[in-house]
Design a binder for this molecule. Structure first.
Ligand code: 5GP
Ligand code: MG
Length: 172
């Protein structure tokens, strides 16, 4: 494994993001929704730095199994979340790769009529997007490598690593 982001770099990146979010919402009550399972570590670190009224929820995306996975062909499988109608909502995920997960979740959440809906990811992979959206916030851009740690998994392992590391092909 090769180190991509150290624990300290991540801490600084998440702190910067929390300051940006705090400035942008100016104390307006916010609902932060974490996409399971990859966003768990990011979510727990970020929300502890947001010192204003906040509701927290979790959602799980599920792809439709079909001939092809179309952008937006995604639904919410489970939701442990408060009512979001009329609320400012910030959706968190671990990584924006093709963007299909986030774009699909945004499409579904919009149907619940939040007052506003923004997205934040820890990592943005360069040159991979297949959707006409970009996350409103991201902490780090990374090259097109497969990474694990800080919530990101390979077969549900490595999520607990405090840093982000790249797994080489022979390790996959
Ligand atoms: P997207 O829908 O943007 O293509 O992919 C988003 C999801 O794919 C992420 O939530 C994550 O679960 C997974 N994913 C994409 N790239 C990586 C990666 O480099 N490492 C890991 N562990 N998961 C990834
Ligand atoms: Mg994921």
């Amino acid at each position: 494994m090769r180190l991509v982001l150290s624990e300290e770099q991540i801490r600084d990146g998440v702190a910067d993001l929390s300051r940006q979010i705090t400035g942008d919402y100016r104390g307006r009550p916010l609902t932060v929704l974490g996409a399971l399972t990859g966003s768990l570590v990011f979510l727990s670190d970020l929300i502890r730095q947001l010192d204003f009224r906040l509701q927290v929820g979790l959602i799980r995306a599920r792809s439709y199994r079909g001939r092809s996975i179309l952008p937006g062909a995604l639904t919410i499988q489970d939701a442990e979340m408060p009512e979001i109608a009329g609320r400012d909502v910030l959706l968190l995920d671990d990584i924006f790769d093709t963007g299909r997960t986030l774009a699909g979740l945004v499409e579904t959440l919009r149907e619940l009529r939040p007052a506003s809906l923004k997205t934040a990811v820890l990592l943005l992979k360069q040159g991979r997007s297949e959707v006409p959206m970009v996350p409103d916030y991201y902490c780090f851009e990374i090259p097109d490598v497969f990474v694990v740690g800080y919530g990101l998994d390979y077969n549900d392992e490595y999520r607990h690593l405090p840093h982000v590391a790249a797994l080489d092909k022979d390790e996959l």
